[in-house]
Ligand binder design. Structure first.
Ligand code: NBG
Length: 841
């Protein structure tokens, strides 16, 4: 049908006349409005109406509606003037917006019909959209799920971030392994963003501190660039409330161009500030191996903080003029600032500076306001991810902020000396400044903990570890400052929209679709877990999703996979602690055993398709070697005629939100196998579980809670526990570790060269020896391997029992209610932000 129409659709159908109608909600009106945008908001040559033009026109027609709801929300919030939350994050992994917006507004039917009259299928048009990939992984996607929940719960809240021109790189796989090419979501433009030309703030870098005769201080000189707001609408599900993700773009002003120099032919010199401003939002995470790279990243962080806080303060001021002057002491009852990890830590000294230097508050007053306003979420205990900025770099870029940080530190240390003699010998680790003469740094996490009213971890185990280890001494100072907020995911994107088949079955059996906003209702499926009718519907939805996934895999990799085999998936950033290496070594062992079997023995095994996907940080050598190994193993296994009926290994390239939406609904087993204690939470584990996929995993991060919720009999557990890890590492150092023969066999097989001539020595060496940098198997792959293989054998056994497996799958979905980001955000709102719903009437 769509194919037959394709040709006709490349030009605008004449029978449908253009009619602007921002409130369109039936198919005919919507079609007229789409045609209107194609004609009168043109971005392409006239009359062309291919899939790309159709996408932009469709998005613009939908945007009309969003703008209306958005304005209503803005006006309503202004009228009610509730306390609002400002979520500061350097990352947002929004993915595509079209299907999500149509779904949240409940307009699937009308939009699908409208597009059909224009010769297109909605899915086909949706596929034209590029992912907004302004983030790396879980932390960025969490921020995006949170926005969806804030809007859905009608909370007065804003997201603040940066408008990177190039989001996370595109990963391509070549003979060499992973290669990175720049991502291009703004190459044409994004239909979802709206520039607010009236929302512009100056942001300063470098310069010096001027001391005024009255003793007050002012930051002057240096470079001043402009932060310009680009707003992206965030519609809630089933509500009018539509909130904003405000992304800052850096610009220089026209007058910053030195015309004289330009006319002298000194073009670069004349436009210096323009080019320095442009660098700020060019890429997400500029490499920080060089000093320049570090400086740019620090500039990005400050740019986000300064622009956002000036905006927040100006909104607070706005009301002062209409209702008499507002007192600064009211600020914390109107504003909650949440720092997503330490990346926006500079919000603390910047708020202090704005309050003291620009608004004349004294230190104590400014400190009181700041520390009652900001809260901090920690997302990792990995030492390399805990930010420490060089003091000299900070003095150079942000001299006034360094003065303020020194003062915060001085006062904090003094309080400890005055009140806690018992902590005297802990001061050097508790203080914010690490004045080690070799490398003096600012410890951002310490600055956050000292200055925030609340600090939280992202899963119970992680929060417990923070309290018992990383922040233990702070807990003794402020026992009530620390909380847990187990992460969550939005059930709209991660079930309702990515797996409509399964969603419809759930709605049918629960006799309501209320689960979409009240995910705990999924427990109602438990009573039907044994029901044959449900099981068969469940199986057919899974099969449909698996077939769709198989087609996708064939399209992007050329590998054909069998939809009746067990689909086993591990997708996440490639990192040694996440142990993709353990997965692939397990696959290698399975392959070797299959090769050794007689044909009739092979027939008794459970056919498996193992899919692994994820990006390696461009300079993370071992991660890249792992990508190469997975690809090499895949090449050999998939072309082995004896074995490839029973095992396929696929590296899924360029893993991102959209790819996840394809993979997760088609998964049956997923791997969350990090070394215990190292994965703060994980969030894809929740998405898989929600989609009825069983987990093989360690007792790490949110796995612990997922297992509690879905039931231990529905979770394939293996591996050391977090509290055993230190002892196991010590034993290894002492030479007491004895590897399992299966582990040795798998490594040996790789070394033998079966998978090609690439030198895996350096990668495998990380698993050898007992000590030394990059050696001694820090991540305990060897220790956990045997229990991992035993758990995998249990998976195979369980899969043979079709009914048993389906029951587990249903119970997995039924037990996933806790992991809705609606639950997480409701807890933040109540227990940290102290804000309430403000629904647009
Ligand atoms: C990541 C953790 C994940 C967690 C996400 C979201 C960072 C610094 N941390 O386990 O590794 O799920 O944050 O909380 O990216």
């Amino acid at each position: 049908m769509a194919n037959a129409n394709r040709k006709a659709a490349t030009s605008l159908p004449e029978k449908i006349s253009a009619k602007a109608n921002p409130e369109a909600d039936d198919a005919t009106e919507i079609a007229g409005n789409i045609v209107y945008h194609a004609k009168y908001s043109p971005h392409f040559s006239p009359l062309k109406f291919g899939p790309e033009q159709a996408l932009y026109a469709t998005a613009e027609s939908l945007r009309d509606r969003l703008i209306q709801l958005w304005n209503e929300t803005y006006v309503h919030f202004n009228k009610v003037d509730p306390k609002q939350t400002y979520y500061l994050s350097m990352e947002y992994l929004q993915g595509r917006a079209l299907t999500n917006a149509i779904g949240n507004l409940n307009l699937q039917g009308p939009y699908a019909d409208a597009l059909r009259t224009l010769g297109y299928e909605l899915e086909e048009i949706a596929e034209q959209e590029k992912d907004a990939a302004l983030g790396n992984g879980g932390l960025g996607r969490l921020a995006s799920c949170f926005l969806d929940s804030m809007a859905t719960l009608n909370l007065p809240a804003w997201g603040y971030g940066l408008r990177y021109r190039h989001g996370l790189f595109k990963q391509i796989i070549t003979k060499k392994g992973q290669e990175e090419i720049p991502e291009d979501w703004l190459e044409k433009f994004s239909p979802w963003e709206i520039v607010r030309h009236d929302v512009v703030f100056p942001v300063r870098f470098f310069g010096k501190v001027q001391v005024n005769p009255d003793g007050s201080r002012k930051w002057v000189d240096g470079d001043v660039v402009q932060a310009l707001a680009y707003d992206v609408p965030i519609p809630g599900y089933g509500t009018k409330n539509t909130i904003s993700l405000r992304l800052w773009e850096a610009k220089a002003r026209a007058e910053d161009l030195d015309l004289f120099q330009f006319n002298e032919g000194e073009y670069e010199l004349a436009a210096q500030l323009h080019s320095r401003a442009q660098q700020i939002c060019t890429v997400l995470y500029p490499g920080d191996a060089t000093e320049n790279g570090k400086l740019l990243r620090l500039k990005q962080q400050f740019f986000l903080c300064s622009a956002s806080l000036q905006d927040i303060i100006s909104r607070f001021h706005e009301r002062s003029t209409t209702e008499g002057s507002r007192k600064w002491s009211e600020f914390p009852s109107k504003v909650a600032v949440q720092m997503n990890d330490t990346h926006p830590t500079l919000a603390i000294p910047e708020l202090m500076r704005l309050l003291m230097d620009d608004n004349g508050l004294g230190w104590d007053e400014a400190w009181d306001v700041t520390s009652k306003t900001v809260a901090y979420t920690n997302h990792t205990v990995l030492p390399e991810a805990l930010e420490k900025w060089s003091q000299s770099l900070m003095w150079k870029l942000l001299p006034r902020h360094m003065e303020i940080i020194e003062e915060i530190d001085k006062r904090f240390v003094q309080t400890i000396r005055d009140t806690r003699v018992d902590l005297e010998d802990k001061i050097s680790s508790l203080s914010i400044l690490d004045n080690n003469p070799q490398k003096p740094v600012v410890r951002m996490a310490n600055l956050c903990v000292v200055s925030s009213h609340t600090v939280n971890g992202v899963a119970q185990l992680h929060s417990d570890i923070l309290k018992a280890e990383l922040f233990a001494d702070y807990v003794s100072i402020w026992p009530n400052k620390f909380q847990n907020k187990t992460n969550g995911i939005t059930p709209r994107r991660w079930l309702r929209f990515c797996s409509p088949e399964l969603s419809d079955i759930i709605t049918k059996w629960l006799k309501t679709d209320k689960w979409i906003t009240d995910l705990d209702l999924l427990t109602g499926l438990r009573q039907f877990a044994d029901n044959e009718e449900l099981q068969s519907e469940w199986a057919s939805a899974k099969t449909a999703n698996k077939k769709r996934l198989a087609q996708y895999i064939e399209r992007v990799t050329g590998v054909s996979i069998d939809p009746t085999s067990l689909f086993d998936i591990q997708v996440k950033r490639i990192h040694e602690y996440k142990r993709q290496l353990m997965n692939i070594l397990g696959v290698v062992y399975r392959f070797k055993k299959l090769k050794e079997m007689k044909p009739e023995e092979r027939k008794k095994t459970v056919p498996r398709t193992v899919m692994i996907g994820g990006k390696a940080f461009a300079t993370y050598t071992n991660a890249k070697r792992i990508v190469k190994l997975v690809n090499d193993v895949g090449d050999v296994v998939n072309s082995d005629p004896e074995v490839n009926e029973y095992l396929k290994v696929v590296f899924v390239p360029n893993y991102n939100v959209t790819v996840a939406e394809m993979l997760i609904p088609g998964s049956e087993l997923s791997q969350h196998i990090s070394t215990a204690g190292m994965e703060a939470s994980g969030t894809s584990n929740m998405k898989f579980a929600l989609n009825g996929c069983l987990i093989i995993g360690t007792l790490d991060g949110a796995n612990v809670e997922i297992r509690e919720e879905v039931g231990e009999e529905n979770f394939f557990l293996f591996g050391a526990t977090a509290d055993q890890v230190p002892r196991l590492r010590k034993e290894r150092e002492d030479g007491l570790f004895k590897p399992d023969p299966r582990f040795e066999e798998a490594k040996q097989f790789v070394k033998s060269g079966v998978f090609g001539s690439y030198d895996y020595g350096p990668l495998l060496d990380s698993l050898e020896g007992n000590t030394g940098f990059g050696r001694g198997d820090y991540f305990l792959v060897g220790y956990d391997f045997p229990s991992y293989m035993d758990a995998q054998a249990k998976v195979d056994e369980a899969y043979k029992d079709r009914k048993g497996w389906l029951k587990m799958s249903i119970l997995s979905t039924a037990g996933s209610g806790k992991f809705s980001s609606d639950r997480t955000i409701a807890q933040y709102a109540k227990e940290i932000w102290n804000i309430e719903a403000c629904p647009v009437p």
